[in-house]
Ligand binder design. Structure first.
Ligand code: HEM
Length: 427
């Protein structure tokens, strides 16, 4: 059968299914055939054009006019009428935020909301992250064993995200369930039955976000990025409209911490599986910043992102009709040997590690990238110093949420000999 541009669909392309476990387990490997033989292909199961080589992914990201981000938060599995009803019952109205806004509105908005991300503002968070990291490690350091996601990597980035946004941290428990529902709702392929359950949680997430926002609007002089957003809304309601406030409140509650939690867990898994790399950063902590980039390259927490063609276009020589939806597989780009020499190797000295596509590229490149990087660095600094002999618990099964985009292990068990700790308490 031909694809929408008339070209035949190969058997590999027809079989591509990002919701099967093999994709999440090793996404770059899963798409090796594509990088080698068919770097832009039509996926009939997804209804998307899949782009897997570095130069093509970057070229699409670079042109956000021809390739609009408007579909970035669209449900990749269309809602059934029952699901639509559930969402309507909750008044769900997710719309344009920042990440899916077109020009010229996007840039005007981004410019008004960028101050909180300036390096001089972000330095305040590093001591906070370090203090929390030490305190959380103190809780388990004498036990010799921990599940790092639930005992540390979920909560600390969440705390930092809430602090950064200015959101009070009660109800944090619920947020995890909500974030999972949001991911599956937007990037997953739940069955119609599962979708109903997910929609209830998405609806509750929406309402929780709205009530947090409404409380914050009562005292608009508060500190944090969402307060700054509220104030810019009051000054420039045309550029930062009400609907933006409402949508962003929910979207950012997930985006500001899930990404960092997952990226941290991925980094520890990557480095502990490549013992020489782990030992090298224990030996020489100056390598940690580049180790962070390498981990973001080989095991980033966002592995694929979306765009939609606003006119007939050509990507990697393949004609894409106007309206064609694209799945840019960033992690595949990050393993493209045309751009990264020996891409499978975690090379702490790699000179172009930072050129990975994990934060996107161009006008929409992640605004929070330096918050994520800083937290990953601090976690690695604290663990390599206090628990250099840490290791993965053997024979654990690493599970991922089935979806196109958000990747991180649901659990990560590690162990160590408490008697060998060079530093028992963080005090
Ligand atoms: C956008 C990844 C952490 C806030 C994005 C995009 C990606 C991404 C792929 C879309 C880029 C594009 O379309 O070109 C990540 C990863 C993170 C992370 C992998 C952690 C390791 C954060 C944090 C925050 C944040 C901590 C906020 C505190 C944003 C915002 C945008 C964005 C506001 C929209 C930017 C725009 O459209 O102009 N991020 N992110 N991110 N991210 Fe992140």
């Amino acid at each position: 059968l031909p694809g929408p541009n008339g070209c035949p669909v190969s058997s590999n392309a027809a079989a591509f299914n990002p919701f099967e476990p093999a994709y999440m387990e090793a996404p770059a490997e899963y798409l090796r055939w594509s990088r080698e033989q068919e770097p832009v292909f039509w996926s009939p199961q997804l209804g998307y054009w899949v782009v897997t080589r570095y130069e093509d992914v970057k070229a699409v990201f670079r042109d956000n006019i021809l390739f609009s981000p408007a579909n970035a938060l669209e449900k990749i599995t269309p809602a059934t009428p029952e699901v639509t009803q559930v969402l309507q019952r909750y008044g769900y109205a997710m719309n344009r935020t920042m990440v899916n806004e077109d020009e010229p509105d996007h840039m005007e908005r981004r410019r008004l909301l960028t101050d909180a991300f300036l390096p001089e503002r972000l330095v305040a968070y590093e001591p906070m992250v370090r203090a929390l990291a030490r305190q959380y490690m103190d809780r388990f350091i004498d036990k010799g064993r921990a599940e790092l996601v639930s005992e540390m990597f979920y909560e600390i980035p969440l705390n930092i995200a809430l602090k950064f946004l200015g959101v009070p941290d009660d109800g944090a428990e619920q947020l995890r369930q909500f974030a999972v529902a949001h991911t599956l709702n937007t990037w997953g392929r739940p069955t119609p039955q599962e979708q109903l359950q997910i929609a209830e949680n998405v609806g509750r997430f929406w309402q929780t976000a709205q009530s947090i926002l409404d409380d914050m609007r009562k005292r608009p002089d508060g500190e944090g990025w969402m307060y700054e957003t509220i104030r810019q809304h009051l000054r420039h309601p045309d550029i930062v409209p009400e609907s933006y406030l409402r949508s962003m409140m929910m979207a950012i509650l997930a985006a500001a911490h899930e990404t960092t939690s997952n990226a941290t867990a991925n980094a520890f898994l990557t480095l502990l599986r490549q013992r020489e790399a782990w030992d090298a950063i224990c030996e020489n902590p100056a390598l940690i910043p580049n180790a962070v980039e390498e981990c973001l390259r080989v095991s980033g927490s966002i592995i694929a992102w979306r765009r939609v063609a606003t006119a007939d276009a050509v990507v990697g020589g393949v004609p894409i009709p106007k309206g064609g939806k694209l799945l840019l597989v960033q992690v595949s780009a990050n393993f493209d040997s045309r751009h990264f020499e020996n891409p499978e190797e975690v090379d702490l000295y790699r000179e172009n590690a930072v050129e990975h596509m994990t934060f996107g590229y161009g006008a929409h490149q992640c605004m929070g990238k330096n918050i994520g990087r800083m937290q990953m660095r601090v976690f690695l600094e604290e663990f390599t110093r206090r628990l250099p002999h840490i290791g993965l618990v053997e024979n654990q099964t690493i599970r991922y949420l089935p979806n196109t985009s958000f990747r991180g292990p649901d659990k990560l068990w590690v162990e160590w000999d408490p008697a060998r700790n060079p530093e028992r308490t963080g005090a």
